[in-house]
Structures are given as C-alpha cells and as structure tokens.
Design a protein around this ligand. Structure first.
Ligand SMILES: [Zn+2]
Length: 496
C-alpha cells in the first residue's frame, strides 16, 4: 500500500521516446524505493498488502526458523524483484512455483520467479528461512537484541531484516499476522490484538498469535520474547489494552513503569481529544528487561520502553511521546526518511502539551528555555533535512517542536489544532510530506507560511525571533518537564 516515489520504467521509456509499451518489457523491480537518505531500503516494482510471519524461536541458542507469506501486487512486468532480508533462505515460491534467489549486498535478496509476473498481477511469495539473528551484521550492526530470557526485535529504521523478509520502507504499509512458537512458559508479545489464545503446538511448545488489522510500516512491527507479566483491560467499546512488563525488572523500576504505562488508556484518550479518534484496534505498552533496550519506540498499537525511562520514578511524558507517534509516524507515516521531523517534532510537541496540562511548564516556557539555552551546534542541524546520519538528532525533535510552536503562535490555537486534526484525518493509514503539511497549514489559516517553515526547518542557523514573539532578556528557568522531555531523545531511537 504505497504511492510511487520513483519514476517507473514506463516513464523512462516514454521520456526516451521509444514506442515500445513498457508492459511488454519484463524488468527487475530494483533494490530501492527512491528514498533520498536510504536508497536501498525498500524495493521497487511491487506493493505489499499483507505479511503472514510464522516463526519458531529457541531462546537458548537464538535460533529462529520461519515462513513468511507475502501478498503483493506487481507494479510493472517483473522479471525479478528484491526483498530486504538477512537470514539464511532455504526456499522461495512465487505463486506456488519455486523461484530462484541470490543474495546481493548485505540485506538484499533478489528473487527470480519461474514465470514473469504481469503488471497488476497478484503475487503470493512464500519464503522459508532460518538463522541466528544476533550473528547477522548488516549496515554495520545487528538490530536483533538477545535478552537474558529471550529476544527483542525493536528498532528504527532497520529492524525487519532480522526476522522477516519485506519491502522495508514506511511508504509500503501492510496488515500483519505474526505467530511465534516458543518453549512452554515463555511469553511472546507483538502488535495489535490476539486473534486466538496461545495454543500448545507440540510437546513443550506453545504458539502465540498476534494481528495488526490496520496498515503498519515494517519498522513498526515488533516481537518481544521472554518472561513477561501481561496485564489486560478493555476500553469502554471493548478495544483491548494489553501491557507487558519484563519479570526481570527490579521492584522499584517495575512499580514506576506500571505507574506510567498502566495510564496508557487515559493518555491515549487525552491524545484523541487533541488529534482525533484513536486510529487503531488495540492499545498498550511493553517494558523491556533491564540493560537490553536503550530507547523507546512507537511500535504500532504497543510502544516498547527501555526500563531506563523509569529509573527516576514514573514518567508519563515518554508514554505521551510514543502514543502521540501512533498518530504522527504510525497512522500518518513519512513518505521519505528525511521527513522524520513529521514524526519526532510532533511527538515531542505532544509532550509540551502534556506538560502544559500537568502544570509542569507551558509550551511557551519550554520554547523560551530551549531558545535561550541551546548550544550553537544545535542550530546547525536542519530538522526538515537533517541528513541520513542525523535523522534522530535532538534538533529533529526539539527544533521540530519549536517549529510547531511558531506555527501555533502565528495562526492561533483554533487554526493550529484544526491543522493537526485535519492532517491526521487526511493522511490516516497513509504517508505524507512536509510540503503537504505546509500547504494544509496555509489552506486552513489563510496565512503565507513559506518563510516560517523555511526559517525553522531548512536554515542551518539560529532563527531570529520577530518582535511579536521576542521574550524578555535573560535566561528563563527550566520548566519542570524539561529534563524528562530531553531524556526521550537522549535515549535515542537509533543505535548507529
Ligand atoms: Zn519519537
């Protein structure tokens, strides 16, 4: 489910002036989707609608075996196509016929079907595989995290490669079924709902089932395997709220984590009051074992949190951040990784709004403190185009949020929140660009906003405040929420 980012072969042929219809020329799908920062992430030539990921995991050895079935539609006549994947592939079938396959680079698998796939034809791709994910290095690391009692597949932007073959780019979202067989007594948590209870599969093994019924980006799919205490509740309409806490958490951190994550239903209701109806069919959160995950990630419907966030006591700010991403990032996804401020700036600004609500500092105060105290280097990063190495720079978060605050000050609260609600509604389950956000903000406010966004998103220097926004001289005191909000991205999403 995606829109085309790149010129198709048909366009190229047309521009070249040839009279040969593109459909008559079978061609490889290609190793990338045209992402400016990560050109070989995702693949060309097809669009995925569903992944069925069926795994077996051996916690003692980190051995993973599995079969992933991909439902896709060809976008052009395909002689071959790529999948992003690093484990050892035993077989690939395309439309029930054995296909040949060869590895290319560190994460590309080139699949050649027995017969070319026609433009617009449905493809069922079945990949059988195995491997020890923690031993597989790609892009210079492994994103698979072994824990004392299992494993975590949680990361951004690279994560899927280590557990299922995919078209790994947020512009091709799909629904998911994930099932994992593990030794009896081990828990498996993933996104969405449990369509059936865990089932004893063979002697000593139990299979867990999870389903994501709304489109989901590949990097937002996750699994956590280990010893977890699972809590369950339902929203008034019956929607499940499922949280999970590592049983390895020390008591004090466990209590602080529960005091925060158990408030997910309340916090997501507060968010939907700001941004519109909750986009998904489940809610929840998962707190990882100590010293494993070093960040929090907005895995769809069920964010995952490092235990570090709760070392100093409860932290609802990070719960707000990750659940705001369910709107900004998960439901409305980036069309290109360079647009990452559309995720992080908005999730951070939601923490500012929560701070205001909790009486821990107004958005004005947070803006003013950051504006007065950020070091010179902070202002050299353009949040709207930070570069591939800086997609999770603090400027993407905080200057991104400052950009939104400038917009709010310029257009006023009524227009500002209407812009956000319309943005979420217009791009629900899709993907979007900054240019589209600017156009929407101008349409709703009737203001000319190019200069505001050019200054705040695309200028590598500290913006000068116009007199209307200039504050009193001197350094303001830090709002009470300041340190917590900083921690959200100091514990970065990314481990590069
Ligand atoms: Zn974030």
């Amino acid at each position: 489910m995606r829109r085309l980012l790149v010129a198709t072969l048909a366009t190229v042929l047309t521009l070249a002036g040839t009279a040969i219809p593109a459909a008559a020329v079978p061609a490889p799908g290609g190793p990338g989707l045209g992402d400016e920062y990560f050109p070989d992430y995702g693949n060309g030539g097809y669009d995925v609608s569903h992944y069925d990921v069926r795994l077996r995991y051996y916690p003692d050895t980190d051995q993973l075996t599995g079969t992933t079935t991909i439902l896709a539609t060809a976008e052009g006549e395909l002689s071959s196509f790529n999948l992003d994947f690093v484990l050892d592939v035993a077989s690939v079938k395309v439309n029930n016929r054995p296909a040949t396959f060869v590895r290319q680079g560190d994460h590309e698998l080139v699949v050649t079907p027995a017969r070319t796939v026609a433009d617009g034809q449905a493809m069922t791709v079945v990949v059988q595989y195995s491997g020890v994910p923690s031993n597989k290095v790609a892009a210079g690391f492994t994103a698979w995290i072994r824990t004392p009692d299992g494993a975590l597949a949680v990361g951004e932007p690279e994560e899927a490669w280590w557990w299922f073959p995919s078209n790994d780019h947020p512009s091709d979202k799909a629904t998911f079924d994930v099932s994992v067989a593990v030794p009896d007594g081990v828990e498996v948590i993933s996104n969405g709902v449990q369509p059936r209870n865990p089932v004893r599969e063979t002697l000593g093994w139990t299979r867990w089932y999870w389903r994501s019924a709304k489109p989901q980006a590949t990097y937002l799919a996750f699994i956590a395997i280990g010893q977890y205490d699972i809590t369950r509740d339902v929203m008034p309409d019956g929607e499940p709220v499922i949280n999970a806490y590592s049983e390895l958490l020390p008591d004090d951190i466990d209590a602080a984590a529960r005091s925060s994550v158990e408030r997910t239903a309340e916090i997501t209701e507060w968010l939907s009051g700001k941004f519109g109806p909750w986009p998904f069919t489940a809610r929840g959160g998962l707190v990882a074992p100590p010293d494993t995950l070093t960040f929090a990630l907005e895995n769809q419907t069920r964010p995952t949190y490092s235990s570090r966030f709760f070392r100093g006591g409860s932290n609802t700010s990070v719960v707000v951040h990750e659940n705001a991403h369910q709107y900004f990032g998960d439901s409305v996804s980036v069309a290109q990784w360079k647009e990452i401020w559309l995720n992080e700036g908005f999730a951070t600004y939601s923490q500012w709004l929560w701070s205001e609500e909790q009486g821990e500092g107004t958005a004005d105060e947070i803006f003013d403190f950051g504006y007065a105290t950020r070091p010179a280097e902070f202002w050299t990063v353009k949040p709207g185009d930070p570069g591939a190495e800086r997609v999770f720079d603090s400027a993407v978060y905080d200057r991104g949020a400052m950009t939104l605050h400038q917009l709010r000050r310029t257009v006023g609260d009524d227009d500002f929140f209407e812009i956000l609600r319309t943005w979420v509604a217009d791009h629900r389950y899709g993907d979007a660009t900054t240019a589209e956000f600017i156009a929407l903000a101008e349409k709703i406010s009737g203001a000319q906003l190019d200069e505001l966004f050019q200054t705040w998103l695309y200028t590598p220097s500290k913006p000068v405040l116009t007199s209307a926004f200039a504050r009193s001289a001197g350094v303001p005191t830090a709002p009470r929420s300041w340190a917590k909000i900083q921690r959200t991205h100091e514990l970065a999403h990314h481990r590069h």
